[in-house]
Design a protein around this ligand. Structure first.
Ligand SMILES: [Zn+2]
Ligand SMILES: [Zn+2]
Length: 279
């Protein structure tokens, strides 16, 4: 297993990678541009080479790219949908340049049109994108907390999208805080094991490539997306322990998206997680 954090953009890539290595990160997640904007920053080939070298030397891999929050492949607004597809195309291309194997995407919001229509449009949009995206980059759908009309809160919806494509073309990311908010009880050892078994049965663990390991203070099933530091929320350390020790492939990435990423909290959260791994 490899533990890492979502890296803030403030301070620049180089400074943040050095800091990540120093606190013991072996993997990191970044936004490729402004997470709440439609525009991506300029692409500079020499900067890209420098970034890749830096990660190689620090033995930080995989580099995971999280796409902008605005992207909604289930949008009923045509203009919004076109912009979403464009930005996702750019993000996939950028991840290829960064040599990042994964781009994470929030599944989407159907906006009141219903689950079926929303999912059909997501499948259509991904189908259009796949032929254009670099083969070295896999799109991972992240489970959501299920707030409002968010799709992908339950494993069945993720599975339905995945099964529309050849095996291995598309993957998933499981966020513990979102799972809890969506009603998956991972708060005790017995319950957490059952949730992972269910994920395996419905989606298939071979289709899971990243875990976002976040605590949350909200109630299980509340559908509220709010992250907390590990051990400060409602998901017990016992539950996290079962998830971490479920039997993952070597180098499987666990990424913290806890409040105040980029502060001393990262070091604390990483130490808490590492302390839960069976020796
Ligand atoms: Zn997440
Ligand atoms: Zn979240």
């Amino acid at each position: 297993m490899r533990f890492g954090v979502h890296m803030p953009q403030k301070g620049g890539f180089e400074k943040n990678v050095k800091r990540a290595a120093e606190i013991g990160c072996r993997t990191i997640q970044i936004f490729p541009g402004n997470p709440t904007g439609w525009k991506m920053g300029k692409l500079d080939q020499s900067a890209i080479e420098k970034r890749a070298d830096l990660l190689d030397r620090a033995d930080i891999a995989p580099l995971v790219v999280h796409s902008a929050y605005l992207i909604n492949l289930a949008s009923s607004n045509q203009e919004f949908l076109v912009k979403s597809k464009q930005l996702l195309d750019e993000t996939m291309e950028r991840a290829g340049f960064y040599r990042a194997p994964y781009v994470i995407l929030h599944t989407g919001n159907h906006g009141g049109r219903g689950v079926e229509k929303g999912i059909a449009q997501i499948i259509g949009s991904i189908g259009e994108g796949l032929s254009k995206w670099p083969d070295s980059v896999m799109l991972l759908l992240e489970n959501t907390a299920g707030s409002g009309t968010a799709l992908g809160a339950n494993f069945e919806e993720l599975s339905e999208i995945l099964k529309s494509f050849p095996k291995g073309k598309l993957g998933t990311c499981f966020d513990t805080a979102h799972g809890w908010a969506a009603g998956y009880d991972i708060g005790s050892a017995a319950a957490a094991g059952k949730v992972l078994d269910e994920f395996d049965r419905v989606v298939g663990l071979e289709n899971l490539h990243v875990v976002h390991v976040n605590d949350t203070k909200v109630k299980c099933g509340s559908r509220v997306d709010r992250h907390a530091h590990i051990g400060e929320g409602s998901i017990s350390l016992e539950g996290f322990g079962v998830i971490l020790n479920y039997g993952w492939p070597n180098n499987f990435p666990f990424i913290l998206e806890t409040p105040e990423n980029g502060t001393d909290w990262d070091r604390t959260n990483l130490l808490t997680l590492k302390g839960l791994v069976d020796k």
